[in-house]
Ligand binder design. Structure first.
Ligand code: F6P
Length: 414
């Protein structure tokens, strides 16, 4: 095709990444950049999320640049900058953003982010007519993507977001590895996993062998804590190697005996510009209460940023390419204010553009685990959740060292 025949010759498309990073961000940038270039756009990268559109602007030209889509994180950097006035920052930065979009002649803006980033972009579209397209990302997997999970004759609404698979796979692998140290000391390991409001990611540890799980959707009241300790005792006692891994979401609401109320554990009292606290530390509290109440040695492992770290995995790579195909379609049709999503939950081989559609990018807020995906009585994920996850991850064959060494008794001299 000759260059002058390209659809949007001379026009410019800007891409930014906002919020927490994931392993699939560079893959998403590359997939969008490639398709936009084919459509004839010059492609600019806006650095540090919305921050790159403040002041003089921090913009780079990605058009003819090589790009490593497998490398995790985002080469465009990210921030939690909010363009709109907030309690933390009362300044309205929208005028600066509008000015820079005009100065750099950015015709279309693609925002890769979660509810905060895409919600802000949608407001700019509604209030100021900025042509925006959203692109989903989160390891928490709690954006409403309206994806249907077909299970035993019924369709259930679930979430499938770029970034989730890479994080889930990493955590599954880590859980398998943790077993060796847990078994060696006959301990209980409380494994803390990112997820402020939803437990989708915590479930991935169950594929690695975690037998008990706690999620933010179910409050750990005084009564439920008593049932939980009983479950822990029973599961540990019945385990072949006297060991147990418990997966816990960082945002679990846990009854605090001293305060006489439910509480969350924060790593810092500061809130970000979208009003979110930074969680961290609940695993230590739970481990010490297990040791105290049950007399079993327990330890805590905060997995934190490990879930976001490292290379993009294969399901995520194919998912972002599939969603980018739909994003290109939205760009061509000038259907702004929309975000591409997957219609039906499918495995890796089934990821194709015909299985996508688009939704309003402004109403994608927290989508919790549906009740029948987590069994709150038994503190574990249900068969339905396992089926959901098995579309995205293959259940591993656990490396097992089955030993039954015969016991030796001292030789009695006669
Ligand atoms: O973006 C979501 C998330 O990964 C949460 O699971 C976690 O609480 C938060 O980001 C941590 O973000 P930060 O990078 O600001 O510490």
């Amino acid at each position: 095709m000759k260059l002058e025949k390209k659809l949007f010759q001379g026009k410019t498309l800007g891409i930014l990444t906002g919020g927490g990073d994931t392993s699939a961000l560079n893959a998403s940038i590359d997939a969008i950049k490639t398709r936009a270039s084919i459509l004839g756009y010059n492609v600019y990268g806006i650095l540090k999320g919305w921050k790159g559109l403040l002041g003089e602007g921090e913009i780079v030209d990605l058009t003819a640049q090589p790009y490593d889509e497998w490398y995790g994180g985002t080469a465009l950097k990210s921030s939690r900058t909010n363009p709109f006035p907030t309690r933390k920052n009362p300044e309205d930065r929208v005028p600066q953003i509008l000015k820079n979009l005009e100065r750099y002649k950015i015709d279309v803006l693609v925002t890769i982010g979660g509810d905060d980033t895409n919600g802000a972009a949608k407001k700019l579209y509604e209030m100021h007519g900025i042509p925006v397209i959203g692109f989903p990302k989160t390891i928490d997997n709690d954006l409403r993507t309206r994806t249907l999970h077909h299970f035993k004759g019924e369709d259930n609404e679930v979430v499938v977001c770029p970034g989730f698979e890479s994080a889930a796979r990493a955590l599954m692998e880590l859980t398998i590895k943790l077993s060796t140290t847990v078994e060696s000391h006959s301990r209980i390991m409380v494994m803390e996993i990112m997820g402020r409001d939803a437990g989708w990611l915590t479930g991935s540890a169950t594929f690695g062998g975690a037998e008990i799980a706690l999620v933010p959707e179910v409050e750990m009241t005084k009564e439920r804590k008593a049932a939980f300790f009983e479950k822990v005792r029973e599961t540990y006692t019945n385990s072949a190697k006297k060991s147990l891994i418990i997966a816990v979401s960082e945002g679990v609401r846990w009854y605090d005996e001293k305060k006489g109320a439910l509480d969350v554990v924060c790593a810092s009292p500061e809130l970000d510009e979208f009003g979110h606290p930074r969680f961290g530390g609940i695993s230590g509290l739970i481990a010490s209460e297990i040791s105290k109440n049950l007399g079993i040695e327990a330890r805590a492992q905060i997995t934190g940023y490990y879930a976001r770290a490292g290379e993009c995995r294969k399901y995520d790579m194919r998912l972002v390419q599939t969603l980018a195909d739909k994003a290109a379609d939205l760009i061509m049709r000038q259907h702004y204010g929309q975000m591409p999503v997957l219609n039906h939950l499918v495995n890796y081989q089934g990821l194709y553009e015909f299985n996508t559609s688009s939704i309003d990018m402004g109403s994608i807020g927290n989508f919790s685990l549906p009740e029948d995906y987590y069994d709150s009585t038994n503190f574990k994920f249900t068969e339905k959740y396992m089926d959901f996850l098995s579309h995205i991850l293959e259940k591993p064959v656990y490396p097992k060292f089955e030993y039954h060494f015969p016991k030796v008794t001292p030789v009695v001299e006669i």
